[in-house]
Design a protein around this ligand. Structure first.
Ligand SMILES: Cc1ncc(COP(=O)(O)O)c(C=O)c1O
Length: 306
């Protein structure tokens, strides 16, 4: 299936979108990315981009922290993305990768005196954690502090930390890593936020636990409150609470809402998908496909509505 990229201000065939080997971002991790989902709704013959604007608002905040100049406004970025995904016309679940990057072909570690550019590509992509219940482990790699490498910013440079964590977990036979912060509190997965269910409430690490504030996390909190009457507490979580919680799940654009069945060889609750997790997952799956009218505010269709 042919694919396209938005590259150097134009939509062109993906295979023609190439960067030079001296590009700054390739050498020093000076890029900021997003991951957006396009969810195919077979009955409606429509692809919905989920919380598109929120992804670009997060990218804009990241650019502010690192001193990048985004060459487009958030509204323009949304429009370009819709145009690109419509052109790709995959008619399948899609993953969209916007990237703001330091495009100068120049050496020298810095963020200043460099040119900025922006690209997007899209590809068909199904579930990322393709399991009914994930088996997780706490890994030895810690999540960096904000004043080391801000976890709020989806910079490509910080993702070496996530890659080390993921590879340690997978080579040890698990599906996903759980990272602690440098203070030893639970932080997040390698590409997901984490939630526990304790005494009928959701408990999730807070911004000071070195997490990325996930858009799926915000979605789960809102759906839990509005649709299930379940409140969320954002606080520091100690490691042993992972072993005693009633339920646990991960949230992320790529991983969606994935239940966790086991952590460090201990069953979470009964080891089966818990009732709050199951209900939230059902709501989430409907919301992202545009099947919950109340939450169509989160869904941007790529084809004109009939
Ligand atoms: C480290 C990390 N935490 C959390 C998330 C979840 O964020 P979101 O739900 O916005 O995709 C991601 C994925 O983007 C991530 O890479």
């Amino acid at each position: 299936m042919p694919s396209y990229a938005f590259f150097q201000k134009k939509i062109i065939p993906l295979e023609e979108a190439k960067i030079g080997i001296m590009t700054h971002a390739l050498h020093y991790g000076t890029a900021i990315f997003e991951g957006v989902r396009g969810n195919w709704n077979e009955a409606q013959k429509q692809t919905y981009l989920f919380r598109l604007k929120d992804h670009y608002l997060r990218m804009e905040r990241g650019c502010k922290v690192l001193g990048f100049k985004l060459p487009y406004s958030v509204d323009e970025l949304c429009r370009i993305t819709v145009e690109l995904v419509a052109k790709c016309d995959f008619k399948a679940d899609t993953y969209i990768r916007p990237l703001a990057y330091k495009s100068s072909e120049a050496l020298g570690v810095r963020l200043h005196n460099l040119e900025d550019d922006f690209l997007i590509f899209a590809m068909p992509w199904g579930p990322y954690l393709d399991v009914d219940k994930a088996r997780c482990c706490v890994v030895s790699w810690r999540r960096p502090e904000d004043n080391v490498n801000p976890p709020q910013v989806k910079s490509t440079g910080i993702y070496i930390n996530n890659a080390l964590a993921k590879t340690e977990a997978v080579t040890n036979g698990f599906d996903e890593a759980i990272m602690l912060s440098s203070s030893g509190h639970v932080s997040e997965g390698s590409g997901e936020n984490i939630f526990l269910v304790i005494d009928g409430k959701l408990v999730t690490p807070a911004i000071y636990n070195n997490i990325l504030i996930g858009i799926t996390r915000a979605t789960a909190i809102e759906l839990a409150k509005n649709e299930l009457g379940v409140e969320t507490i954002e606080r520091s979580i100690v490691r042993s609470e992972l072993y005693t919680a009633d339920e646990c799940f991960l949230t992320g654009t790529a991983a969606h809402l994935t239940p966790v069945g086991e952590i460090d060889h201990r069953k979470v609750g009964s080891g089966e998908v818990g009732p709050i997790t199951a209900k939230l997952r059902d709501l989430y799956v409907k919301a992202i496909k545009g099947d919950l009218p109340k939450y169509l505010k989160w869904c941007t269709p790529i084809y004109p509505k009939k």
